[in-house]
Design a protein around this ligand. Structure first.
Ligand code: NAP
Ligand code: MG
Length: 491
């Protein structure tokens, strides 16, 4: 990618909502700045939408579903549109990755990986669209019973700022493949790739109204969308607190929800593990996207006999990590916002002031602009099991190390948080791999690897406060649809 593109992409552009296949301004005319986390400067703007805009988007989605071409379209044709969208995303990958990087601060290599992932979602779900079918059910008597898998209807998606393009891919890929129409509310801090991909969806032939995007704050646009009486289903990715608010809003209309609410995922290292293989993956699992990943491996649990050796090797790696501007493409970029920077710094300060052992800290690149939201990655050792950095989702580049004496203690520590999203187990002992995979409470368990929720094909979601429902893979299609049972009487 030309270095210029990531510096200049979308400069001065006034982005619009996408409603009913048109680019539209918020009805109030209000706008919000788009800020680049790398320098803290505004470079574009988005509509500051409210209830009236949300209502227009829901109406347009309803119309596309009930009266428009979209609701009547054959599954194979829906699939072909998604495959064309996948190709368009790939053709425009440089621009989209530059946009995503500038908007969120993520290093360009991560921006590219996210756009490749987004295209892959539409490829996967485009291919799957006509391969979902119901069952026939043997029941006694002169009956034929069968099930149909039907779309919910109008689906609201409220998504966060950490992986906008990828999360759009999993929500819109599965949602549209099943024949739902969508209203997506991206986070105010990261709307741009979402708007661009919705524009490309129209170019790919998606009928107007099938995929609407409304930008605005959670308070104004998000709350109105989750409470809208004509929304049939709500899917949310973000914080547990906001997840509760959205479920309460959806409950007013008794609508179904999928909740993907983050984690405090453990990486468990036994003494017999291939430590050379584990080391870079353990580091990457917390550094990827600056630790702003729901499935970040934010706790490392190390068997006592190798604790000193392994933390020493981790510390060497951490001290060499460098945070810098997105276009410098270093180990990590800035955090998303001033607010998020203050939150993460608060966790680091609390841990330091309470005497937690700081094993190593990376650096911030000398040329990083002053106004950017940079945070040098930190490794803490012998972390107290009930402290904030052991229990709370920091959402920054902070890794907490613990030691355990045996398998039982490893399981106890691994499961000792409110979350249950992802876990990694590093050991060469096959029986232990299987025991641990069963005993650790997490929606995804990786053995001798770490995927950070990765794999478009792999069902993803949590236990406990990490949420409920599943996205990705075929599970994502099932959650974007409902079973209808039909019984015929014959003689
Ligand atoms: P958040 O509040 O959960 O935001 C996620 C999405 O929900 C955004 O689109 C947000 O809109 C929207 N939203 C906020 N309040 C809402 C409401 N009352 N009704 C409907 N929608 C609403 O997350 P955040 O405040 O940006 O980040 C705080 C913490 O959440 C982070 O520190 C991290 O721990 C966690 N988080 C987790 C994930 C994840 O992938 N699991 C992602 C992001 C954040 P606006 O942002 O436009 O207001
Ligand atoms: Mg931004």
């Amino acid at each position: 990618m030309g270095e210029n593109l990531s510096k200049t992409v979308a400069q001065g552009r006034a982005f619009m909502n996408i409603i009913g296949g048109e680019q539209v301004e918020a009805k109030s005319g209000a706008r919000m700045d788009v800020v680049a986390p790398s320098d803290g400067l505004a470079f574009g703007s988005i509509p500051a939408s409210n209830e009236a805009d949300v209502d227009a988007a829901v109406r347009s989605a309803r119309h596309a579903y009930e009266q428009g071409e979209w609701g009547k379209m054959a599954a194979v044709d829906r699939g072909r549109i998604l495959l064309r969208l996948s190709m368009l995303i790939t053709e425009n990958a440089d621009e989209l990755a530059a946009l995503e990087s500038r908007d969120t601060g993520k290093p360009i290599k991560q921006g590219i990986a996210d756009i490749v992932g987004c295209a892959r979602y539409f490829e996967f779900y485009g291919g799957a669209a006509d391969k979902i079918h119901g069952d026939t059910i043997p029941i006694a008597g002169d009956f034929l019973a069968l099930t149909l898998r039907e779309p919910h209807g109008v689906v609201a998606g409220i998504i966060p700022w950490n992986y906008p393009a990828q999360i759009l891919g999993r929500v819109a890929g599965a949602g549209l493949a099943m024949g739902n129409s969508l209203v997506l509310k991206p986070a105010e801090d990261a709307c741009l790739s979402v708007i661009r991909i919705a524009e490309l969806a129209l170019d790919a032939g998606l009928p107007a109204g099938a995929f609407n995007v409304v930008c605005g704050t959670g308070k104004d646009a998000g709350a109105a969308l989750s409470a809208h009486p004509d929304v049939d289903f709500v899917t949310f990715t973000g914080s547990p607190l906001t997840g509760t608010a959205i479920q309460q809003a959806a409950a007013i209309n008794n609508r179904g929800v999928t909740m993907e609410l983050g984690g405090k995922s453990p990486q468990i290292i036994f003494a017999d593990a291939d430590l050379d293989a584990a080391l870079p993956l353990v580091v990457n699992a917390i550094i990827q996207n600056g630790g702003q990943t729901c499935s970040a491996g934010s706790r490392v649990l190390i068997e006592a006999s190798i604790y000193d050796e392994f933390t020493k090797r981790l510390a060497e790696k951490f001290s060499k990590l460098v945070a810098g501007p997105h276009d410098a493409d270093l180990d990590l970029g800035p955090l998303i916002s001033k607010k998020q920077h203050a939150l993460v710094q608060g966790f680091i300060d609390e841990a330091t002031q309470s005497g937690t052992e700081l094993l190593a800290q990376g650096t911030i690149a000398g040329n990083a602009p002053e106004g950017g939201y940079y945070c040098a990655p930190v490794l803490f050792g012998n972390v107290e099991a009930n402290s904030s950095i052991a229990q709370k989702e920091v959402f920054g580049p902070v890794l907490a190390a613990f030691s355990f004496k045996d398998e039982d203690e490893a399981v106890m520590l691994a499961n000792n948080t409110d979350f249950g999203l992802v876990a990694a187990i590093w050991t060469r002992d096959g029986a232990r791999q299987m025991r641990m995979a069963k005993r650790v409470r997490a929606g995804q368990v990786f053995v001798n690897t770490y995927g950070a929720g990765g794999g478009i094909e792999l069902p993803f979601g949590g236990f406990k406060k990490s949420g409920h429902g599943r996205e990705k893979g075929f599970d994502g299609l099932f959650h974007m649809s409902a079973t209808k049972t039909v019984v015929f009487k014959h003689n």
